[in-house]
Write a new protein. Sequence first.
Length: 457
Amino acid sequence: MTARILVVDDIPANVRLLEVRLLAEYFEVLTAGNGPDAIETCENGKVDVVLLDVMMPGMDGFEVCKRLKSDPATSHIPVVMITALDQVSDRVRGLEAGADDFLTKPVNDLQLMTRVKSLVRLKSLTDELRLRASTTRNIGIEELLSRNFATEDTKPKVLLVDERKSSIERIQKMLRGSADLDVATDPNAGFFQAAETAYECVLISTAFADFDALRLCSQLRSLDRTRFLPIMLLADEGEEGRIIRGLELGINDYLTRPIDQHELTARLRTQVRRKRYNDQLRASVTQTIEMAVTDALTGLHNRRYLDSHLETLFDRAVARRRPLSVMITDLDRFKSINDAHGHDGGDDVLREFARRLRKNVRGIDLACRFGGEEFVVVMPDTDGPIAEKVAERIRAEIAQAPFAIGSGGKTIEVTVSVGVSSVLRGADTVAALMKRADLALYEAKSGGRNRVVAKAA
Ligand SMILES: [Mg+2]
């Protein structure tokens, strides 16, 4: 795993110390000796993780962190604050500034590497989502982010998995007001509950009498539904080894008992904020992909989708020596429908046509709006005679009942012409297949419309 780490410290010897250790693990290292330089480097370069000293003259680490986190261009870069003293008040201040994690000087090697690696992993996930979201849609990532901030006020739904009554009561009291908390006292039940409910974070206690909490962490990480669910481990003092194993398994954060209320709520807020941000990006990517391949008017696939999939279906059919047919349908005299009933009336007809078309093709068939009033259906595993029957069924379905237009009860008669072609044995191409269907459609039109013509294979 290679990544670019920015080390920020006002004392050159400290910078050098961290730099040497990171270089030994093959990380790329950038350095800055003060806050403004650090911010500039983050704005300009590709920084994956920032290791940020708290005590610096001029602008201190808290301020640097706050500025990085409030600028949409840098807010997704994980920041690890490096504090001189392991003081809860410093941690809370840092978390409130938006820090993702902490290390205490002198920095323990194992902790440094585990933390950096885990944040780099998270960052690369976020980067991929950001890239996909911003390249496939015109709306900027910044706008997505600002929308995300609007949802920050809702209380997160959180699951606590713990069997000790006193500990449960303490956590319940601490989170009253800041989270909507469910409790599972049995780890197995907790696993199913986490998989079935849309939690935004799960807190797992390590203190089970005969259950290893890390097993639950690993189960949650291996299940699709909970892969991205933030996990925070509630550990006891002296459990460093277990925490490190947990981090390797993919837990997101941990707290050591006695748990401080401010630290718990601040860390929980960080996890929830990150999850909401990534969820938003993921949803935007999915929506963008759907929009790019769907015809907005009819909900069928669009021509772009057909172009990218027909070739694949064709090659597969040829390779497996299976039949494949296509039909091109064209609504008869559609221009006169538009002229007589306006474009809204025309749209009503197209929507209803698409609905009837969809009803008469199978799930494996690919139905698309090719453009205007032309639709194409690709039918895998279907030979010419069967494709012709399907086409005839669709033609009859369109002609047998009039189409409703507008909401005033007006109806009109609509008919469709269909051309069908099938893949030929021997040399054939997608272009030739489509060309034959197009010729068949032309014959159907010139032969009087409201009919099916098939080009025999
Ligand atoms: Mg310093």
